[in-house]
Design a protein around this ligand. Structure first.
Ligand code: BV8
Length: 233
């Protein structure tokens, strides 16, 4: 049984990280178009660098939750038949033990050099415009995918969904594309689709678990594995 899980900001909400849309459309007090586009970066580089510096620093103050851990357990049980695709730029999936993670919108603890293209792990700040360790020029930006930029891992994601039996979307409002379109692709290949969210989201899923991720994700993993074991009888 091949499983693909897509996670969004909602899976990290109970760890204390702000979701993208719950705070009445403001994101840490900013409108997304003012901080998460190349135009915003060109217009006010320091504001955008500071926005990501603050979110990168916040990672040190939060921990993975039971939902992140349940997905790491599922990966250990399914191995290569499991792929975790996340829209999140936090590292909570990895810190919970997930290994096969596609960060389609990039990662907060990574930076990219606009001059030489180097992609590097980064714990510090960027607002002070530090020199790129590879080419020494002050051209580092957050290694995240902004609106209008091409997401990472699309080939790997499409290859996995082509073979998928179960597709689950966890803690995502289904507003941002191309991630929001993955469920349609899963339906087209005959997969069973599941939404896990505090609200019954848009998008037509075969099954919906309504509740906080720390409750419904462990429950869904248990149901899935039990069903899987039954399927092997
Ligand atoms: C692309 C990274 C071409 C940075 C993010 C007009 C002009 C230009 C582009 C477009 C346009 N119209 C449409 C587009 C495409 C655009 C888009 O979709 N725009 C939207 C706003 C309409 N997309 C793009 O530009 C993408 N690139 O299209 O390139 C292309 C086309 C096809 C194929 C390939 C390439 C790039 C989009 C990436 C933008 N970057 N983030 C950063 O994070 O700083 S997006 C940002 O939104 C975050 O990544 C976030 O994860 C993501 C999605 O939001 P969600 O994760 O769903 O979070 P949200 O707050 O919305 O929802 C939280 C959910 O959790 C809610 O449902 C809530 O009920 C639930 N919840 C809350 N608490 C809990 C919970 N659930 C469970 N338990 C809880 N406790």
């Amino acid at each position: 049984m091949k499983v693909v899980v897509l996670t969004g900001a909602g899976i990290s909400a109970e760890s204390g990280l702000a979701t993208f849309r719950d705070a009445d459309g403001l994101w840490e007090g900013h409108r997304p178009e003012d901080v998460a586009t190349p135009e915003a970066f060109a217009y006010d580089r320091a504001l955008v660098q500071r926005f990501y510096d603050e979110r990168r620093a916040a990672l040190a103050r939060v921990q993975p939750n039971a939902a992140h851990r349940a997905l790491a357990d599922l990966e250990r049980r399914l191995g290569d038949d499991f792929l975790l695709v996340t829209q999140n730029v936090d590292d909570l999936h990895e810190r919970a033990g997930s290994r096969r993670v596609v960060h389609m919108h990039g990662r907060l603890r990574h930076v990219r050099c606009e001059e030489c293209g180097a992609r590097l792990e980064w714990e510090g700040t960027l607002v002070d415009e530090p020199p790129c360790p590879e080419c020494d020029r002050p051209a580092l930006r957050p290694d995240v995918v902004w609106f209008g930029e091409y997401p990472y891992g699309m080939d790997e994601i499409h290859a996995a969904i082509e073979q998928v039996d179960v597709f689950a979307a966890i803690g995502t409002s289904g507003v941002v594309y191309p991630a929001a379109g993955f469920v349609d692709y899963a339906h087209a290949v005959g997969a069973h689709t599941v939404a896990l969210n505090t609200v019954a989201t848009g998008g037509d899923f075969h099954t919906t678990y309504v509740g906080p991720a720390t409750e419904v994700v462990p429950r869904w993993v248990e149901d899935l594995l039990a069903g899987r074991l039954a399927a092997l009888d």
